[in-house]
Design a protein around this ligand. Structure first.
Ligand code: PAF
Length: 277
């Protein structure tokens, strides 16, 4: 396993690689959800590259990239156990050198849900992922279904800019009570951790309603909302029943749809989603 800090070194190494390269971009503080991406990449590629970089430009003015949890040595041990070949751990100066002024803006799909709640977030994500793609030049890149909108944005960008990279969405890994694994879960107190299961309960209700033949999206949104409102520690940011690829809200479910929600428990904003067949 090689740990590389500069773009120049990574480029030099990339030139020597033959065969498919699978890439897993991360912000570190790895959990089982990240490891599921790495394992999938390991089975499908000759070389696996993982990046660990807390990208400051995808955090909003009221969010704190400096406070993002970090545990590099633990992350490196985990990736070593997963037989990752290359780990790219660049500095801010490497990724955003003085004079940096080029941004990637994906329209439409970024304007809703997370994009509406966190203006500028997807511009930061699309820019850093483009830069990482340019350096790593992967055959495939792996993203979690948990961040369904991020995956939709990256798919759009890769298609629009003809990047020629296969985007693989890997199913969400959950705790035994259904809570989606996330680096943010560490911020929950025991009482908040219990309350956080309301997200999965709301999504399970949605799936049951949908499987039972309910097609009225507003009816489903209302039922999700009233279930979450019964949890005193939960504050709803959004509940959504949307077209699975454009994320436009639906009034009637007549195509592949995505149920998604963002809920703040205490001070921790959690999000989750479930595809509706
Ligand atoms: O999903 C994440 O961890 C980040 O948004 C990503 C894709 C690594 C870009 O910084």
């Amino acid at each position: 396993m090689q740990v590389i800090g500069t773009i120049a070194e990574l480029r030099a190494l990339r030139q020597q690689l033959s065969g498919a390269v699978g890439f897993v971009p991360t912000m570190g503080y790895l959990h089982q959800g990240h490891l599921a991406l790495v394992r999938r990449a390991r089975t499908e590629n000759s070389t696996v590259v993982v990046s660990i970089y807390v990208n400051p430009t995808q955090f909003g003015p009221r969010e704190d990239s400096a406070g993002y949890p970090r545990e590099l040595n633990r992350d490196l041990d985990l990736l070593h156990s997963e037989k990752v070949d290359v780990i790219f751990v660049p500095s801010d100066a490497e990724m955003y050198p003085p004079g940096f002024s080029t941004w990637v803006d994906v329209e439409n799909v970024t304007e809703r849900l997370e994009g509406a709640s966190r203006p500028g977030h997807f511009r930061g994500v699309a820019t850093i992922v483009t830069k990482l793609f340019n350096v790593v030049r992967p055959s495939r890149a792996y993203f979690g279904q948990k961040d369904a909108q991020q995956t939709a944005v990256i798919r759009r960008m890769v298609a629009d800019l003809d990047m020629g990279i296969e985007i693989v969405a890997v199913p969400t890994v959950r705790e035994s009570d259904g809570l989606a694994m996330s680096s943010r879960n560490v911020h929950l107190s025991p009482e908040e951790r219990r309350a956080a299961t309301v997200l999965f309960e709301a999504l399970t209700l949605t799936r049951e309603l949908s499987r039972g033949g309910e097609k009225d999206a507003e009816e489903i949104r209302q039922q999700m909302t009233s279930l979450i409102q019964k949890e005193p520690l939960a504050r709803i940011d959004y509940v959504s029943i949307a077209d699975a690829s454009t994320l436009e809200e639906l009034s009637f479910i007549d195509r592949p749809a995505l149920a998604s929600l963002a809920v703040t428990i205490g001070k921790t904003r959690l999000m989750d989603n479930m595809p509706l067949e």
